[in-house]
Write a protein that binds this ligand. Structure first.
Ligand code: MAN
Length: 353
């Protein structure tokens, strides 16, 4: 597979973004939703910020209080035996490696715009910010599906009661309407198809079952984009392969002559995130036609390997022009990059079932 990584990579880094308040620092500008609007590429960044800590022994956890609409800052001591600080992204209860009690940063969504797809200008203000009790730990990893003249933006909403998927919509990237939570916890990586198929909307989603089952990709249908049903299990993990431990949809599925192409991420148990593809039937996207046995792109460049959480290639969006797939992707939970592929080469690389 020929991969053309942009020379300007990483295209946006935390250093390009000013914190939304003076006592905070930006530690991530990554996992952005991608769309085009008014001849510009919009990169809806997940910006992660944390309160600046002067004391290296103190970790400050930011929490949005939906009643006061202010951030509260919790101070935790690194020596406190109650907590486990080993994962830089989360604070866990000691002795419980599953789940977390706080996040080490708060994420919100901010717009970056570009005419050429290589150079981006970042808006001064947040675009979507936590606004309710299901978003108190922040909002993350947006995707954008354009249907007619409306852009549907959906993202992980994190709070002490779980991480689910919420949705807002906009027509102008100025004002938004909040539609609430569309997939209950734990669920992430929702991808809404850009058009109705046989009269129904479809979405991929990634629940995390607790007693039996794995974090795998499901598909659901809807008539109004808000209420989703007829859930079906679509794609499972594969032992010993690049998608053996967890997986989730990446870019919004797009139509090819062979089927709907979905670029999805898979990870191994040591948290190495790669990107591969799955091809779904054009008339019935609950049918899998083909899949990548090898990843299409894996963490290799410095900026993919090193960072806040290294060895992560994570796409939330692609721009497709003829045979060229421009995939914008988050690297190492830190920055944004772009790589181009040939659509034909991706289709040829798949293993047909
Ligand atoms: C995981 C990671 C983090 C994220 C939390 C909550 O730990 O994906 O980046 O903040 O989940 O969604």
């Amino acid at each position: 597979m020929n991969i053309y990584r942009y020379e300007e990579n990483p295209l946006v880094t935390p250093m390009d973004v000013t914190a939304h308040r003076p006592d905070f620092e930006v530690i991530g500008a990554f996992n952005a939703g991608i769309t085009t609007y008014n001849d510009e590429i919009i990169m809806l960044l997940r910006v992660a910020e944390r309160p600046i800590s002067e004391d290296p022994n103190i970790v400050k956890a930011p929490i949005y209080n939906h009643k006061t609409r202010e951030l509260e800052i919790l101070e935790l001591n690194l020596d406190d035996p109650q907590y486990d600080f080993s994962d830089p992204r989360t604070i866990k209860k000691a002795g419980n490696p599953h789940g977390f009690v706080y996040l080490t940063s708060l994420s919100y969504l901010r717009i970056a715009r570009s005419k050429d797809g290589h150079h981006f200008t970042i808006d001064e203000k947040p675009f979507v910010y936590p606004s309710n009790e299901l978003e108190t730990f922040g909002i993350e990893d947006p995707r954008i599906t354009k249907i007619e003249d409306t852009y549907y933006i959906y993202f992980s909403a994190a709070s002490p009661v779980g991480v689910g998927e919420s949705m807002v919509s906009t027509k102008d990237f100025v004002t938004t309407e909040h539609h609430g939570m569309i997939f209950a916890p734990e669920n992430k990586d929702v991808l809404i198809f850009p058009e109705k198929i046989n009269g129904k909307y479809y979405a991929l989603h990634r629940p995390v079952p607790k007693s039996v089952g794995e974090p795998e990709i499901w598909i659901a249908e809807s008539t109004n984009l808000l209420h989703w049903g007829n859930h079906k299990h679509l794609l499972g993990l594969r032992e010993g392969m690049w998608d053996s431990a967890r997986m989730g949809g990446g870019a919004v599925p797009f139509k090819t002559e062979k089927g709907w192409l979905e670029l999805y991420h898979g990870a191994t148990s040591d948290h190495r995130y790669c990107m591969g593809a799955v091809l779904l039937d054009l008339e019935d996207p609950t049918k899998v036609i083909a899949r990548s046995n090898q990843p299409i792109i894996e963490p290799e460049a410095d900026y993919e390997v090193e960072g806040f959480f290294g060895n992560v290639v994570f796409s939330c969006g692609a721009v497709v022009e003829g045979d060229v797939v421009k995939m914008y992707y988050g690297v190492a939970d830190t920055s944004m990059a772009c790589a181009e592929f040939s659509l034909q080469e991706i289709l040829d690389s798949l293993t047909y079932l």
